[in-house]
Design a protein around this ligand. Sequence first.
Ligand code: ATP
Length: 359
Amino acid sequence: MDVSDTPRLEVQNLIRQFGDIPAVRDVSFQIYPGQVMCLLGPSGCGKSTTLRIIAGVEKQDSGRILVDGDLVCDTIYRLPPEKRAVGLMFQDFALFPHLTVAANVAYGLTCARGEKQERVADLLARVGLHGYDQKYPHQLSGGEQQRVALARAIAPQPKVMLMDEPFSGLDERLRDAVRDETLKLLTDEGTAVLMVTHDPVEAMRMGDVIALMRDGRVVQQGSPYTIYNTPADLQAARFFSDINVIEANVEGALADTPFGKFLAPGVADGSRVDIAIRPQHVHIDFDRPGQAPRPTEAEGQAAHARVVRSRFLGQQSLVDFLLDDGPSITASVPGVFLPKAGTGFYLTCPRRHCKIFRR
Ligand code: ATP
């Protein structure tokens, strides 16, 4: 990734209201050349509206968009969509049925004929469709058609590529291959990519940066690692995986739980907090069954629990426990670990993996 000082795409304080629905509320972000940002969030959170405003097919109530530092639109000035150097890839790509593959790819190119032919041949080779140039769309499979659409979208060398779940129509194996190859082609050319998805796994796999949206706002921005490991709130934590939540009361800046006390600095006495820990971070003490491990600063106090149910999920096993004096806790263990219901274990919650959120 070539990170230069000027963002390829800069979105400043976008706002868009539909009647009384605030679809986009003060959204700002920057994407640098060759960088992929995933706009991630649940259905209706404002992802597509943000994308449509950047593309120029929807108008913002306020806010500015810049490409390579140049103003593309604000509330007074508006460059038309075709002049923005912004490409679009949607799930419902439409190839021209009466044009050959080569003519479809060449459609948006304005260069001289010879150069055009060269560029089309190069692009078709890069999307794995060498020799398909004289075929028509109806002679191609869905995946092949999508790759033609991709070549067509890349052909004019847009500075910014906007993608709205463009791969969701493909089957899983084809999707992974086409998606990886697409992003490589784009980022190799220094394009800034903004990809909309509601799938956290896809966002973590594809995004250099994730912008997590909720109710029209970007609630957190950062690398997949940061967003996953340092979620802004409990909802953000839950968006990426199932998570255990232990409720606790705070007294003297300490939250009291069956796993011992947790530091809760700055939280008022009598307040309630949620302590979140992902299933893969719950530690099961296998070493001394029946014997409580000593409390430590890193692991806290062990809590005794009995297995309620265990399931094998392929690469890992998921075990549901009920604490002797507390809530249910789910732990995931790599490989095969399927203890019988009723088996007792001591569990600990390593402090470095626990996040405390105020209610
Ligand atoms: P999805 O993942 O389901 O596509 P999204 O995050 O892309 O959802 P948007 O399509 O941006 O969400 O919609 C955000 C909100 O704005 C929703 O409440 C939606 O109903 C509303 N909305 C979007 N477009 C319009 C419109 N043209 N007129 C009225 N309301 C709209």
